[in-house]
Design a protein around this ligand. Structure first.
Ligand SMILES: [Zn+2]
Ligand SMILES: [Zn+2]
Length: 374
């Protein structure tokens, strides 16, 4: 396919000024930029074509060569020329668009940039996590300097455009045939210089401050959940937007309960009498104590489920359960009379009737050693 005329590609006359050329390229490039035309091959081609045209025509030397000899005069001199991918276009792209896209997205250019996100770990009791609460937290952060309003210049003065880069934040260095873009060494990419820095922030425009924030914790949160406070992170540089603050929830261990998602677990000691004869015990829940019926002949380790006494999850849904595991407690500090009575009780337990599990276990063990011929 024959190459289109570069002036035609950008829709400009042969005697176009460099400013109008830039404007024209900006218009075409905005229209066909890959971010706006995802998957559109034709648009991508048009974008590359325009970028190539602009790269040649924006360089006086190359433009002169092109004017005299046409495409042949500048063959192989464009970053995009015929090759695959986008090559060097990002350089000229950033050059032209840096001022619209706010600093060229992390390419080291100056200008406004978004403040950092902050993270804060919030320790909560299980009760507060389950019920929800509002807590005040103190966060050290960078805020816009109140003295200078964030521009870093002493009140009554204002920053001036950097003389070295003319406010672009970038300078072009000629290295042999190539021209290379570099962050301006004078203003470090900001495009502005401050002759009389603000005393409060030393010209940085931001100061450290401890902010007190009120965090609303919704009911049902769990360890690992994050609450986002938009715009409460660090202030942006040079008037850029603030970052966000992420409050990371950490639920502290509880005296009685272990939490697993929406269910709660607890261990409850019971006496051998309740275990044998049955009874009623009190167990803790997050809403206070409730009575739990222990059936006759309850074994240690048995799990009792109390429906809906768990946690209502923060993302909605039904409440979980509370699972109580009863642990049989061996009596201690026995008097001699109690020991006598237990001896008598023991004598009354003859045969396999009263502890079937123990007997089958011992039988199994005998078989095991029998098999080994010991
Ligand atoms: Zn200041
Ligand atoms: Zn500069």
């Amino acid at each position: 396919m024959a190459k289109r005329d570069y002036y035609e590609v950008l829709g400009v006359a042969k005697d176009v000024s460099s400013q109008d050329l830039k404007k024209a390229y900006r218009k075409v490039a905005m229209k066909f930029h890959p971010d706006r035309n995802e998957g559109d091959k034709a648009a991508e081609e048009k974008f590359k074509e325009a970028s190539e045209a602009y790269e040649i025509l924006s360089d006086d030397q190359k433009r002169a060569a092109y004017d005299q000899y046409g495409h042949a005069g500048v063959e192989g001199q464009s970053g995009m020329g015929g090759g695959e991918g986008f090559g060097n276009f990002s350089d000229i792209f950033g050059d032209v668009f840096g001022d619209i896209f706010g600093g060229g997205g992390g390419r080291g250019r100056g200008g406004p940039s978004r403040g950092s996100d902050l993270r804060y770990t919030l320790d909560l009791s299980l009760e507060d996590a389950v019920r929800g609460t509002t807590v005040k937290i103190k966060v050290p952060t960078l805020v816009n300097c109140g003295t200078c309003g964030g521009d870093g210049a002493k009140p009554g003065t204002s920053p001036t455009t950097c003389n070295t880069c003319g406010g672009h934040g970038q300078v072009r260095m000629q290295q042999g045939f190539f021209s290379v873009q570099q962050t301006c060494p004078t203003c470090r990419g900001k495009g502005k210089s401050i002759s009389d820095p603000c005393k409060s922030c030393h010209g940085r425009g931001r100061v450290e401050e401890t902010k007190t924030l009120s965090v609303k914790v919704p009911p049902g949160v769990d360890t690992g959940d994050r609450i986002r406070l938009a715009g409460e992170g660090e202030a942006g540089a040079d008037g850029g937007p603030s970052g966000d603050l992420y409050v990371q929830v950490n639920v502290k261990d509880h005296e009685f309960f272990q939490r697993d998602g929406k269910n709660l677990y607890c261990e409850v000691p019971i006496s051998i009498f309740d275990a044998c004869l049955g009874g009623e015990i009190e167990v803790p829940t997050l809403d206070g104590r409730v009575k739990l019926k222990i059936p006759v002949e309850t074994q240690t380790g048995k799990l009792f489920r109390l429906r809906n006494k768990g946690v209502v999850p923060v993302r909605g849904g039904s409440a979980g359960d509370l699972l109580c595991r009863v642990i049989l407690e061996t009596p201690v500090n026995l008097s001699s009379k109690q020991k006598d009575l237990l001896e008598q009780l023991k004598d009354s337990f003859k045969g396999k009737t009263h502890s079937p599990k123990q007997h089958s276990w011992f039988d199994g063990m005998k078989n095991f050693f029998g098999d080994m011929k010991m």
